[in-house]
Write a protein that binds this ligand. Structure first.
Ligand code: ADP
Ligand code: MG
Length: 243
């Protein structure tokens, strides 16, 4: 994918009040690769993801895109470069699917309404939802809503995509379609960080699996190394619960 970048988190620290949530987290994702972040609830996975696009500013450490710190980047510009998809879709309920996508294009990219609509329709076609452009989100299935949220992020032509448990709120039969779309994106060479409980996806799609525990990336490596040759007792314990 053109414009794809490498991503590095370096010794990222962050505390909420007296609660140290990130305690020196490191992660490297090469250009065009996918890192899946796994780990127990409360280990800091969502917080880590949020430091990448500066929804939260770390207390210490750095986040680098192609070696350049995002902490000096303009936040609006950064959020065009880094797309994010959440568990709860976060679509605007009172707007049509199309408008959910054109809004950011107009606001962040300064496109005129008709230009934005053309980009949005192309993007909707790519996620298989061209026919739903005029529908309200509530009239779509959870899986379709999540595909709209992905289309909305992709419409801005990001260099990195972040997914925070994007399939956790979906009915089981809808999970596959969304994971398939994410796998396609990974295959096309998008740089991605995917927080997920879907171990099958991590095993098949990830270039790197990072195990987070108590605010640090305790182990990171190829899926086979993490899933088959785990040595750290915390990782072994986690895997024995989820596999
Ligand atoms: P995970 O995504 O791995 O479940 P989170 O990053 O959501 O973990 O949370 C890690 C810890 O940070 C938890 O103890 C959580 O309660 C705390 N936390 C997360 N967000 C906030 C916040 N905005 N304010 C205070 N504490 C928070
Ligand atoms: Mg989380």
């Amino acid at each position: 994918m053109t414009g794809s970048v490498s991503l590095s988190l370096r010794d990222v620290h962050l505390a909420f009040g007296r609660n140290p949530v990130l305690r020196g987290a490191d992660l490297d994702v090469a250009r065009g690769q996918t890192a899946c972040v796994i780990g127990p609830s409360g280990s800091g996975k969502s917080t880590l993801l949020r430091t990448i696009n500066r929804l939260i500013e770390p207390d210490r450490g750095d986040v680098l895109l192609d070696g350049r710190s995002v902490l000096r980047d303009d936040p609006d510009r950064l959020r065009q470069r880094i797309g994010m998809v959440f568990q709860q879709f976060n679509l605007f309920p009172h707007m049509s699917v199309l408008r959910n996508i054109t809004l950011a294009l107009r606001k962040l990219k300064g496109l005129a309404e008709d230009e934005a609509a053309a980009v949005a329709r192309t993007q909707l076609e790519l996620v298989g939802l061209a026919a739903k452009a005029d529908a309200r989100p509530a009239h779509l299935s959870g899986g379709q809503q999540q595909r709209v949220a992905i289309a909305r992020a992709l419409a801005l032509q990001p260099q990195v995509m972040l997914f925070d448990e994007a399939t956790s709120a979906l009915d089981p039969e809808l999970v596959k379609g969304v994971l398939g779309l994410m796998a396609d994106l990974a295959a096309e060479g998008m740089t991605m960080v995917v927080v997920t409980h879907e171990m099958g996806f991590a095993r098949q799609v990830a270039d790197t699996v990072a195990f987070m525990d108590r605010g640090v990336v305790l182990e990171a490596g190829a899926p086979a190394a993490i899933f088959e040759d785990a040595t750290h007792p915390r990782l072994r314990g986690f895997l024995s619960q989820v596999l």
